[in-house]
Design a protein around this ligand. Structure first.
Ligand code: TXA
Ligand code: MG
Length: 331
């Protein structure tokens, strides 16, 4: 059992020192809250897996506070890496590169690569600079649960298991970073995020999604995608009905009978008599809200959460990806 200190933005010096001492400190980024530990202290990295209950074959993202730290963790950088970094860092783009010997197998999940990113968030950047070391930071939730988009969710999952949390604002994007693998012959998006393939194509025209390629190889390369993710206690059902006339078939589904139901999506809800309805004004708002909504519905004792899928433009692809992973089924 650890005592989890609440840290304000005036405590970033102390928070940096805590990381240097091998402690675990959660902090806001522009995507979701991260749970930080010194990437070069094996004991601290091991404690991250323990605190989250995370399978040890799911590698961690190394977060950098300055550009010169990159060569401490990654080597043989392709020319493309410099162009992407120039354009998208700091920002929600994680690059998978060849790792140096300083990166332990614990960080890389026994792969010979390392995932790195520089978050675009003033608190995260200052903390990383104060820590003076690369910092591993998975999303600050218990493994399998929805990611934390505000500090209250971090405490809900990790109070007593970590040493501190920085009390920042809610995160602005709400979904995890785009993960782009640069170690294959063609750059490959392993996880969709706020930086889309269209944006990346400006810099690397041949980028593709892992889902467009042979699956075995990609699954092996992105171990995190094998595990269940983002799940509330309530059953999550995806509304795939796209009928424009007559009764909406979703309301007739037997799994919805006599249940406490909530809905989140764009536009109008599929039914009028459900307990909670959250129409979002844009796909960005939906993405920002979805994880906190899942957690709030669990607190309300909701039994079924119906989520509408969205068009796959912009962050819509990443949102549909997370909804699909969280879902028990479709209707
Ligand atoms: O936005 C984010 O990326 C957040 C914030 C805190 O920065 N972090 C985050 O970390 O989402 P995590 O641990 O929840 O997800 C890391 C993802 C997993 O899907 C993992 O498999 C993948 O990155 N990953 C890490 N290292 C990898 C590697 N060497 N090769 C391929 N995939 C890797
Ligand atoms: Mg995660």
């Amino acid at each position: 059992m650890r005592i989890t200190q609440r840290l304000s933005i005036d405590d970033l010096g102390l928070a940096g020192e805590m990381l240097r001492r091998g402690q675990l400190v959660a902090f806001p980024t522009e995507t979701v809250y991260g749970l930080g530990a010194d990437a070069f202290q094996p004991e601290a990295v091991r404690n991250i897996y323990l605190a989250k209950g995370r399978p040890s074959d799911n590698p961690l993202i190394v977060h950098l506070g300055s550009f010169d730290q990159l060569t401490e963790v990654a080597m043989d950088l392709p020319a493309l890496a410099a162009r992407l970094i120039d354009r998208f860092w700091p920002g929600p783009l994680t690059l998978v590169l060849r790792k140096t010997d300083r990166v332990s197998d614990l960080v890389s999940g026994n792969l010979n690569t390392v995932a790195v990113r520089m978050p675009n968030h003033p608190i995260a950047l200052e903390l990383l600079q104060r820590a003076q070391t690369p910092v591993v930071a998975p999303s600050a939730n218990r493994s399998g649960r929805p990611s934390a988009t505000h500090w209250q969710s971090v405490l809900e999952d990790l109070e007593g298991r970590i040493d501190g949390v920085i009390l920042g604002e809610s995160t602005s994007i709400g979904l995890e970073s785009t993960v782009l693998d640069l170690t294959q012959s063609v750059p490959c998006i392993l996880r969709a995020g706020a930086i889309t393939a269209e944006e990346l194509r400006d810099v690397c025209p041949d980028v593709r999604h892992a889902s467009e390629t042979s699956h075995e190889n990609e699954l092996r390369k992105s171990p995190g995608t094998r595990h269940r993710h983002y799940q509330p206690t309530a059953m999550v059902l995806l509304d795939c009905a796209r009928t424009s006339h007559g009764a909406h078939p979703i309301t007739k589904d037997p799994r919805l009978l006599h249940k406490k139901i909530a809905w989140i999506g764009l536009g109008n809800p599929p039914a009028l008599d459900w307990l909670v309805m959250e129409p979002c004004s844009s796909v960005e708002v939906y993405a920002r809200r979805v994880y906190a909504f899942f957690r709030e519905m669990d607190h309300l004792g909701i039994e079924v959460i119906v989520c509408s899928l969205v068009d796959e433009a912009g962050i819509g692809l990443a949102l549909n990806d997370r909804l699909n992973r969280a879902a028990n089924d479709r209707i």
